[in-house]
Design a protein around this ligand. Sequence first.
Ligand code: DUC
Ligand code: ZN
Ligand code: ZN
Ligand code: ZN
Length: 474
Amino acid sequence: PEFDLAIRGGTVVTAGDTVQADIGIRDGRIVAVADRVEGAAREIDAGGLLVLPGGIDSHVHIAQPSGPGIVMADDFASATRAAAAGGNTCVMPFALQPRGESLRATVDAYRAKADGQCLIDAAIHLIVSDPTDSVLGQELPALVADGYTSFKVFMTYDDLVLNDRELLEVFAVARREGARVMVHAEGYDTIRFLSEKLERAGETRPYGHALSRPQTVEREAAHRAISHAELIDVPIVIVHVSGNEAMEQIAWARARGLKIHAETCPQYLTLTAEDMKGIGDPDDMAGAKYVCSPPPRDAASQAAVWSGIQRGVFDVVSSDHCPFRYDDPQGKLNPRARTSFRWIPNGIPGIETRLPVLFSEGVSKGRISLNTFVSLTATNHAKLYGLYPRKGSIAPGFDADLALWDPNRRETIRQEILHHGSDYTPWEGFAVTGWPVMTISRGEIVAEEGRILGEPGRGRIVDRTVNPTERRAD
Ligand code: DUC
Ligand code: ZN
Ligand code: ZN
Ligand code: ZN
């Protein structure tokens, strides 16, 4: 047969188009998008379904070191299973450099953790925590050349924070090598000042986390990162933008002609700081289930972020999946967590719920078009991080990474239907309209109706190349 697989009768959606078409797949790639595709070894009837590019989640944390006594709830096997069940075909986790270690050793060890585990494809970002001369001068350039073309820097956390000088040095390397920098914009000193003040006042419950990181903390850091990016003349991505304050800085920067990209996440569209109060839950630590950074804000911020999505402020919506177990001494309820919010590990699971939550709240509720959904969840991730034109759209030559959606299916998100390693979901009981019913990775069905198919280890680690036009001399 001419094709290994044909997807027939569906509505094919890309960032630019919505058409009735069949898709022909051979050797894991899309080879035809046409009125009628015939002559396939196997056919899937997509009548009544949407056929979307598989989700790309360019901001997830998997098996990442998280401090003494704390263990992340997902390894590559469970994270990629959960991602596939949630309509994704590619995830981008971070290899985190512990201070004092070489980045190359970090990357090698992280790749070994992924080896033989992945159900779907993954591309690896770096986290630079120790920009020594050899990291800046040799390791980073060599790693970029080897396909690790993006790195994240942090403006807070004891073990990760870079000072302004260090941020500038890393930005300069990114400019020279054509790499993409992601910035966690929250100001370290202000958070310390507020945290200690809250602790002295006895405000140690999970909700103190929100009080310790108000929007000014995020806005100030966003402005500082933008100023550094302007000085170095390098584009940056401000990740996990939570509300209007940081958005205003981004709009201000763009009005100056600066290339600032932005990411937000479902938690900033659907959760609020109030959730960290754990109201209605007899367990007085329940608010810890929602502790993530930046913290979700309030209804006005949710509206601002929606408006930003509609106005094109945001390139991508990622999950920032950063899973810990709740009822676990190595997770949210570690022995120190009750003494202060400061010891609650920051992060929430969301790799499997990102797409259904955004589809339902965005597309089903009429806030965004299907095409915008595809841009925000797949195409722009691929473009921003060097996976395009291999992934992120539906056209001949692209990997056959697809998600078949039933736009009318009603589901209620519950922990018991999810595949992640966490023991809870922040979206427990959240009702959605629209659901991914089949996920296809390079032409192979990897998830169908919540069942996982396909062997762990079939997923590949994707190396990327920098766009030569992004490389610039000093
Ligand atoms: N930043 C992230 O990007 N993820 C989880 C925690 C954090 O601070
Ligand atoms: Zn972050
Ligand atoms: Zn952009
Ligand atoms: Zn993150």
